[in-house]
Design a protein around this ligand. Structure first.
Ligand code: VAH
Length: 315
C-alpha cells in the first residue's frame, strides 16, 4: 500500500488521484494535517497525519500495511521566509522520520521532492547542471538541499531506496498552490479568466523553470517505477520542461483573451526568484530513466484556460 503525506497540497492532490487510477483506490492512503476540500479525499482511504508526528505515521503504516511513502508535505519558499523555524522543522523532521522508518525496514521505498530552490545566486543561471555550486539563500532551498544530502546518506549508508526530483515551478488548475514564488504562473491564468486583469508580484522579465502538473506527475511515477539500479543520482534529479517570463506567459494568454491586462508590482518574492536558475539542464534524468516532458507553454496555456473556464461553468 502507498501512503501520501501532504495529499491535500498542490502536487499531493493530483498525485493521489493518479496513483489511485494506477494501483486502485484502496491501495493509496491519502493523508494530511487536515481534511482538504477536494472530493477526492472521500474517494478513498484518508487519515489525518501531521508529517512530523512519528507515532501516528507508524500507526497508519501498520494499520494499512504501507510499503511506499510519498512525502509531499512541506512549507514552500514564500511562506518559509515568513516562518523560517517552522519551515525547517516541518521540511526536515518529516524527512528524517521517514528515512529512519525505511532504515528500520518498516517501509521499502520513499519518494521525496526537492526543488530548483536548492540552487542559489552563484549557481549558473542557464543550463544549470545536475552538479554545480549550490548556495541557496532561502530557508526552503536550504531545507531541500540538506534533505537531498540526508537522502544520499541513508541510501549509501543503509541501502534505503529513496528517490527524488528537483521540481521546477508546477502549474495546475485543480488545486490552488500555497505559498510558492512560482505561483504567479498559476494565479495569472485564473485572474485572466475571472477578471481579465492581473497584478504580477514578479518583474516582467523574470525567467523561471516551470512545468505543467501532468508532466510532474508522469515524472514522479516514472522514477518510482524505474529499476533501483537505474537511479544513479540519490541526492535529487534536475527536472525541466519549459522556462518563461511573466511577459511571455501573458503574451500566450492574450492569444486567447486578447484584452487581458497585466500590471507589475514586485514584492519580497522577487528576491527569491532572482536567486534561482532560469533554465535547468535535466539531461541526466533523460539519460538514466528516459524522462521527457510533453507540455510546452502553448499547449499548457490551452489546457489551463480550457479547464479553468469549464470548471467555472460547472460551479
Ligand atoms: C515554490 N513552487 O515556489 C515552489 C517551488 C521551484 C518552486 O519550489 O516555492
Amino acid at each position: 500500500t502507498i501512503l501520501i503525506l501532504g495529499a491535500c497540497g498542490q502536487i499531493g492532490t493530483e498525485l493521489s488521484q493518479s496513483l489511485r487510477e494506477i494501483h486502485g483506490r484502496d491501495k493509496v492512503i491519502a493523508s494530511d494535517i487536515r481534511y482538504g476540500e477536494d472530493t477526492f479525499v472521500k474517494e478513498g482511504p484518508f487519515e489525518i497525519i501531521d508529517a512530523t508526528d512519528r507515532d501516528t505515521i507508524v500507526k497508519v503504516i501498520q494499520k494499512h500495511n504501507v510499503s511506499q511513502v510519498y512525502l509531499m508535505a512541506a512549507m514552500l519558499s514564500a511562506t518559509a521566509e515568513k516562518h523560517p523555524q517552522k519551515a525547517w522543522d516541518l521540511n526536515m523532521n518529516s524527512l528524517l522520520i521517514i528515512l529512519e522508518l525505511a532504515k528500520e525496514k518498516l517501509i521499502d521505498t520513499i519518494y521525496w521532492p526537492s526543488s530548483i530552490a536548492v540552487f542559489g545566486p552563484s549557481s549558473p543561471k542557464v543550463n544549470t547542471p545536475q552538479d554545480t555550486i549550490m548556495n541557496p539563500t532561502t530557508v526552503y532551498g536550504m531545507s531541500k538541499l540538506a534533505g537531498e544530502h540526508w537522502c544520499n546518506y541513508y541510501h549509501n549508508k543503509f541501502g534505503v531506496d529513496v528517490r527524488s526530483l528537483r521540481y521546477p515551478g508546477i502549474i495546475s488548475w485543480k488545486t490552488k498552490p500555497g505559498g510558492g514564488t512560482t505561483d504567479y504562473a498559476v494565479d495569472i491564468y485564473f485572474k485572466a479568466v475571472e477578471e481579465g486583469k492581473y497584478e504580477c508580484f514578479l518583474e516582467e522579465n523574470t525567467m523561471l523553470p516551470m512545468m505543467y502538473m501532468k508532466d510532474a506527475i508522469d515524472a514522479t511515477i516514472n522514477i518510482m517505477e524505474a529499476k533501483s539500479e537505474d537511479i544513479k543520482v540519490r541526492t535529487s534529479y534536475n527536472l525541466a520542461a519549459i522556462s518563461f517570463t511573466p511577459e511571455q506567459i501573458t503574451a500566450e494568454i492574450k492569444k486567447h483573451i486578447e484584452n487581458f491586462e497585466v500590471s507589475y508590482k514586485p514584492d519580497f518574492r522577487q528576491d527569491i526568484a532572482n536567486s534561482w536558475p532560469q533554465i535547468i539542464d535535466d539531461s541526466k534524468a533523460r539519460e538514466d530513466w528516459n524522462w521527457s516532458h510533453e507540455f510546452d507553454l502553448e499547449s499548457m496555456t490551452k489546457e489551463m484556460l480550457k479547464n479553468i473556464q469549464s470548471s467555472m461553468i460547472s460551479m
